[in-house]
Write a protein that binds this ligand. Structure first.
Ligand code: HEM
Length: 363
């Protein structure tokens, strides 16, 4: 039997080895620099987004979310009636109960902003499925978003930066942004026709972005969802318009009288409906499925509550739900992760942060 021949391998010379190591380090450093946006300062990265949220908020607010900073934690459960299984095999849609951690908030990077600063309210939820999976979602109280792409959202953020002299956004700059971006019109029209609700409890909250649902037979449908309140909608009152912090107090008072309920309404797209464009609604006659009831039965301040250290990244989804190609979704995931990283690092370095700022969102 002949021995297999071993190739005559000379060891690499020392300078050659050092050059190879240097080349690997250079490639890795280049990768980091590119990812951080240092090589392409005009590219829209998560740090650029988050730095701009911080700049627009004015002074720093360590330990708080860089957007939707003012909010409160809630908890409860979702009672599924089983009807959602027609669209998705996600375990959360099987009949039964799933515990939920949630957060209500208003947009903006200032945890002490007035509740009237924006017409939008938000609801974020984390469903803890019995099989160990999670479904996280962040919803706004408008069925459409103002813009289609992350780049436009960034430009909108820059246009809304408060003027140093007035402390308010410059109306001419904002108008120029809206004129240059006509896809913002459905959002503007919706907001004009729907005054903000008088309470967090009587608003509907929308996924806005579409997601792919897969049922147990493997069939895929694009779906948007909404949490529709049992509490009838009422518009903000004239008295509330002059108050800075009525939303949290109103919610606490309502919860003292009993739990609050929303219905999870799933809406399935038809072929041709826009899946990747959050500025466009689908026609009203699409199939709607009431998948069950969200029950919220307690609230706590966000400084002490379990929602504080949650990243409600909308791309954390159970089997049976997948993100669509809507470009906002990937940008949201990256921006929320960096906001989360910064705020939790600040909490770790300064553990007393939320004691000293406890009234940041509620006072
Ligand atoms: C490119 C687009 C967007 C960017 C860059 C962005 C950015 C952010 C950031 C940085 C946060 C704070 C996250 C954290 O610290 O946990 C946040 C929160 C939030 N955003 Fe967005 N957002 C975008 C689009 C949207 C859209 C389309 C919706 C509505 C469906 C939305 C709804 C929310 C909600 C509900 C929260 C609060 C979540 C919570 O209570 O923790 N965002 N956003």
């Amino acid at each position: 039997m002949t021995k297999p021949s071993v190739p005559n391998s000379e060891p690499l010379c020392v300078p050659c080895r050092l050059a190879a190591i240097a080349a690997v380090v250079a490639v890795l450093a280049g990768g980091f620099a590119y990812t951080a946006g240092w090589l392409t300062p005009a590219r829209l990265t998560a740090p650029r987004f988050i730095n701009t949220f911080e700049a627009v908020a004015g002074q720093p607010h360590p330990g708080y979310r860089r957007n939707h900073a003012k909010g409160l934690c809630v908890a409860g459960y979702f009672d599924s009636n089983g009807h959602g299984t027609a669209l998705s095999r996600a375990a959360v849609f099987a009949a039964g109960r799933t515990p939920v951690t949630g957060r209500f908030a208003v947009p903006g990077g200032n945890p002490s902003a007035p509740d009237t600063g924006s017409p939008v309210r938000s609801m974020a939820l984390l469903f803890e499925l019995q099989n160990g999976e999670q479904w996280r979602t962040g919803m706004n109280s408008t069925p459409v978003f103002a813009v289609h792409t992350p780049e436009q959202f960034y430009q909108q953020l820059v246009a809304a930066k408060p003027d140093a002299a007035t402390g308010k956004p410059n109306p001419a700059t904002l108008k120029a942004f809206y004129d240059a971006n006509p896809e913002t019109r459905p959002f503007q029209a919706w907001v004009k026709a729907h005054p903000p609700s008088s309470s967090l409890a009587n608003a509907a909250y929308y996924s806005i972005n579409a997601f792919w649902f897969t049922d147990s037979a493997g069939d895929k449908r694009a779906v948007r969802w909404a949490m529709v309140p049992e509490t009838p909608y009422e518009p903000i009152t004239d008295a509330q318009k002059t108050e800075k912090n009525f939303l949290a107090a109103d919610l606490d008072q309502r919860l003292q009288n009993g739990p609050l309920r929303w219905h999870l309404i799933l809406t399935a797209a038809q072929p041709g409906d826009p899946i990747d464009d959050a500025t466009m609604q689908w026609p009203d006659d699409r199939q709607h499925i009431d998948a069950g009831t969200l029950v919220i039965d307690r609230s706590t301040s966000q400084e002490n509550g379990t929602c504080r250290d949650v990243n409600f990244d909308p791309t954390i989804l159970p089997t049976g739900i997948r993100p669509s190609n809507d470009p906002l979704l990937a940008a949201r995931s990256a921006a929320y992760a960096l906001s989360y990283k910064r705020r939790t690092l600040e909490e770790t370095l300064h553990p007393a942060i939320h004691q000293t700022q406890k009234n940041g969102g509620q006072s």
